[in-house]
Design a protein around this ligand. Structure first.
Ligand code: UN1
Length: 500
């Protein structure tokens, strides 16, 4: 694997690559082997202020570019991403630790989003509707809002920026982007390619650095009208509080504690494949990862045995890796602390439960795929987000208890049910309180043209992706055109009902 070398990178503000005003830097480290990927500006409020000023100035022109033309920039971006897909996937494997096929999927998601949102440039539909008065025309039109602050996580370092930045741009907003400090080079490449696709100066700016300085200032800056954040519940609450005084639009995509239900009548081999993919794909570091498996007692023993066997076949070392490292040392420690918590709560550790070493893994942050059995639905390992390759098997008596268990957590992102009973499948679609539900598939793998997001503490009622994303990045203007040539007062000068 080629080494990137510790090159230095800069912020991108008003079309110029610039160092942080304070001159501080931080390093991006590969979770696979500890290599330094690059050195990045550790920015402060001053850098954010400059970027917001640039975005604010660029907005006045960008909002007037016809939306289909804004969309064409996204089509070019999709093309560039396609050309660079392999290079980006390899970089992602190094900087974030995702295994190559999944890294390719992450980039593909951004390509799909770019085509989808590029097409929105020719839709952005509003409504026309009859007036209650004669010779009057009514319509509602989507309008851009202004400067958007996009704060993105490291787990989908190309896909998630695309979910926020592309709809923001096609709607006519300008953007200040703060990529995660664990994946700044991927954020940088994202901005370079989008710039190459033809964005005017100032329309997209990137400011590297931590949430405490860069994120905090973005959220509080009076000229930032919209904040879109994917992160933890705690960060989401802090952002909402900080944004309250400025009455900003805040879109939050937060935690998950997603569950797969396996009923007695399920195809168990299919269920096992779905669980392995959902629990251990991306080393369990997806908001949609399945960290609970709720199994009807009749299937429990067989499912447990098949699942443990399939999990123990997963490979962690370099060639043909199935499961990559977790993002950093802190994550490794947190994941292991939950193993201790699970043991302490009386759950049965069936496999894993330790840091993986040997085979060249010691210089990275690898954790063995971990399964707990005989877990109660109210244990901490079944309630709290772990964000690692750990899942909990929860035995239940029947369908109703399974639904209650899924809904017993504070989050509501993704859920799934394996059953051959169509009636139960439809009841599950109605009764599972999550923003995403799968039937006979795992909990991961959302497609870009459907709304993405969750209920309860997973967010604050918004969705990204699909048409729903447009609601985050536009405001409605209702327009009334009176062509009667006289004053017509709504609700007063309307006609009587014609008599029958
Ligand atoms: C996330 O983990 O924040 O549904 C996003 C999926 C992906 C997106 C996950 N397409 O698994």
């Amino acid at each position: 694997m080629a080494t990137v070398g510790a090159s230095s990178y800069k912020n991108y503000i008003a079309g110029e690559w610039v160092d942080a005003a304070g001159g501080d830097t931080f390093e991006s480290i590969s979770p696979a082997n500890g290599d330094t990927i690059g050195v990045f500006p550790k920015s402060s409020a001053e850098d954010v202020d400059r970027a917001v000023e640039a975005a604010k100035a660029a907005y006045e022109e960008w909002r007037l570019v016809p939306a289909p033309k804004r969309g064409e920039t996204l089509f070019r971006f999709a093309q560039l991403l396609t050309e660079e897909k392999d290079e980006l996937a390899e970089l992602m494997a190094r900087e974030m630790g995702k295994v190559l096929p999944e890294a390719g999927g992450d980039v593909q998601e951004a390509i799909d989003m770019s085509f989808y949102m590029g097409g929105e440039g020719r839709r952005l539909f509003g409504q026309t509707t009859p007036s209650e008065l004669r010779d009057k025309f009514n319509m509602s039109v989507r309008m851009p809002i202004g400067v958007v602050g996009a704060i993105t996580p490291w787990n989908f370092p190309i896909a998630i920026p695309s979910w926020k930045i592309l709809p923001a741009l096609v709607c006519g907003n300008t953007v200040v982007f703060k990529p995660a400090t664990d994946t700044p080079l991927l954020g940088q490449r994202f901005v370079e390619l989008l710039t190459e696709a033809g964005l005017p100066k100032g329309v997209l700016n990137v400011v590297h650095g931590g949430g405490g300085e860069v994120g905090e200032r973005l959220v509080r800056h009076p000229d930032v009208r919209v904040i879109s954040l994917t992160g933890s519940r705690e960060t989401g609450v802090a952002v909402l509080r900080a944004a309250a005084e400025g009455l900003k639009h805040v879109h939050l995509e937060l935690g998950g504690k997603n569950a797969i239900i396996v009923l007695d009548d399920a195809d168990l081999d299919l269920a096992v494949e779905g669980i392995v993919w959902s629990a251990f794909g991306t080393s369990g570091q997806r908001c949609t990862a399945a960290s609970r498996v709720i199994v009807q007692r009749g299937a429990y023993d067989q499912l447990q045995q098949k699942l443990v066997a399939a999990t123990e076949r997963l490979r962690l070392w370099e060639a043909d890796t199935d499961v990559g490292p977790v993002i950093n040392k802190g994550a490794l420690e947190k994941i292991h602390s939950y193993t201790e918590i699970g043991k302490g709560e009386g759950a049965r550790l069936l496999t894993g439960g330790e840091v993986a070493s040997g085979n060249g893994l010691d210089s990275g942050f690898y954790y063995r795929p971990t399964i707990f059995g005989d877990v109660d639905a109210d244990m901490r390992i079944a309630q709290e987000e772990i964000f690692g390759p750990t899942t909990a098997l929860i035995p239940v008596a029947d369908f109703d208890e399974a639904i209650r268990a899924v809904n017993s957590v504070k989050y509501g992102l993704s859920s799934s049910i394996f059953t051959r009973d169509v009636n139960k499948a439809f009841r599950a679609m109605r009764d599972l309180n999550t923003g995403i539900t799968y039937i006979n598939a795992g909990t991961i793998g959302a497609e870009v043209h459907l709304p993405f997001g969750g209920t309860k503490d997973t967010g604050n009622g918004h969705r990204e992706a699909g048409q729903a994303a447009l609601d985050v990045f536009t405001e409605w203007t209702s327009i009334y055109v009176d062509y009667s040539g006289k004053l017509q007062r709504a609700q007063i000068d309307t006609e009587e009902h014609p008599s029958p």
